[in-house]
Design a protein around this ligand. Structure first.
Ligand code: MG
Length: 382
């Protein structure tokens, strides 16, 4: 029987690559649900090709256009963010690929866990904002959360077969982004165009900027904490410019396992969708002679302060990572529109973490409120 997949965020970078994978392995998977935020042209094309049971557009003003375009096909069409959150509960879904951007992934992911769906998680912000809550919910509902983020997929793959063997340390690798080796004098003047040119990975705009500031790696540390039940001091960041070693796990005997491969998101996507099995694929193979040297260096915490801010939010816990995330979302968006400079992103986050009230054990409602209040505060900074 084919695995029936719901893709939340099908028009984003991960969503599109997931559909490439499903097209390639169409005898194994079938698309049950597609949702998108705004990109109706692409959503229509995807729906026409894959003919899912249901399609949802979050932007309600586009409902009529979407509905008319798909009228001749046996596809149910809905609109609105509530519909995105509810559609994950459908009986006919086997696995939910959460590939939306930012805070918007939180509520649909929570609903999918409550509906006991297996989650392939690409939306790291969900774990940044509400990691502890999500973890407890997943345990309560006996739901598997399978990482799609390449670093976390690497750690996950290193842990296969390890049973109860304890992790001593995890090394998350970072490419260093487009501004590796640059100082704050240089960073002050970088433009969105410069920041959007990632050396190794082809990704969406938001995560590409997060990679340029190194915030992405800070988020990934928080994500790793909750996915693998780690303490902050068990997580280390190591810059590895070639992006071939995707991350490493050190066990208590001192042995280290690494997972390697060419930087291609299709690998972690198909691993999560098909876990615990591996498919024979036609993906490009790694050639050692193309990479005679793999190098590793320390991250530059002086020029890239967001990484330290993320670690401090992780150590503080409570609603602090939620504040970190909301401030970052507003600041990155403003930077992409050239309303603020590159280093102002750090400034927005620093001010928000200072200004917003800290809650040690926030409920979901308190996290939603924290998110809103942080966004409002950042709007006043603009
Ligand atoms: Mg990653």
């Amino acid at each position: 029987m084919k695995k029936r997949v719901a893709i939340l965020g099908s028009t984003g970078s991960i969503g599109k690559q997931a559909l490439d994978v499903i097209r390639e392995f169409s005898d194994k998977f079938e698309v049950e649900v597609l949702t998108a935020n705004n990109n109706i042209e692409l959503l229509i094309k995807q729906a026409q090709e894959f003919v899912p049971n249901t399609v949802v557009i979050a932007n309600e003003s586009k409902y009529n256009e979407l509905s008319a375009a798909l009228a001749s096909l046996p596809i149910k069409v809905y609109a609105g963010s509530d519909a995105v959150s509810q559609v994950v509960e459908m009986d006919t879904i086997d696995i939910v690929l959460a590939a939306m951007v930012g805070f918007s992934g939180l509520i649909p992911t929570i609903n999918a866990i409550k509906a006991k769906k297996t989650i392939a998680l690409a939306n790291k912000e969900t774990l940044v904002v509400a990691g502890e809550l999500i973890r407890n919910l997943a345990i309560e509902n006996k739901t598997n959360i399978l990482p799609v983020d390449s670093e976390h997929s690497a750690i996950f793959q290193c842990l296969v077969g390890e049973g109860n063997n304890a992790i001593e340390k995890v090394y998350l690798t970072a490419s260093g982004g487009p501004f590796r080796g640059k100082d704050s004098q240089f960073l002050k003047n970088v433009t969105p165009e410069m920041a959007l040119k990632h050396p190794n990975w082809d990704m969406g705009a938001k995560i590409t900027i997060d990679s340029a500031t190194l915030m992405n790696k800070g988020f990934e540390a928080i994500e790793a904490r909750w996915l693998f039940d780690l303490k902050p001091e068990q997580i280390d960041i190591i810059v590895h410019p070639q992006s071939i070693v995707h991350s490493l796990v050190q066990f208590e005997d001192g042995s280290i396992k690494a997972q390697m491969g060419l930087p291609d998101m299709k690998l972690p996507i198909v691993y999560a969708l098909n876990f615990p099995f591996r498919f024979k694929s036609g993906f490009q193979r790694f050639n050692f002679m193309d990479y005679p040297e793999l190098s590793f260096e320390k991250p530059d915490l002086e020029s890239f302060k967001t990484l330290s801010l993320a670690f401090s939010a992780m150590e503080k816990g409570g609603n602090m990572p939620c504040i970190l995330n909301a401030a970052n979302e507003i600041a990155v968006n403003a930077f992409l529109k050239s309303k603020i400079g590159f280093l102002d992103i750090t400034d927005f986050i620093l001010k928000s973490m200072d200004r917003l009230s800290y809650i040690k054990n926030p409920s979901l409602d308190e996290l939603i409120k924290t998110d809103l209040e942080t966004r409002r505060y950042c709007e006043t900074l603009l």
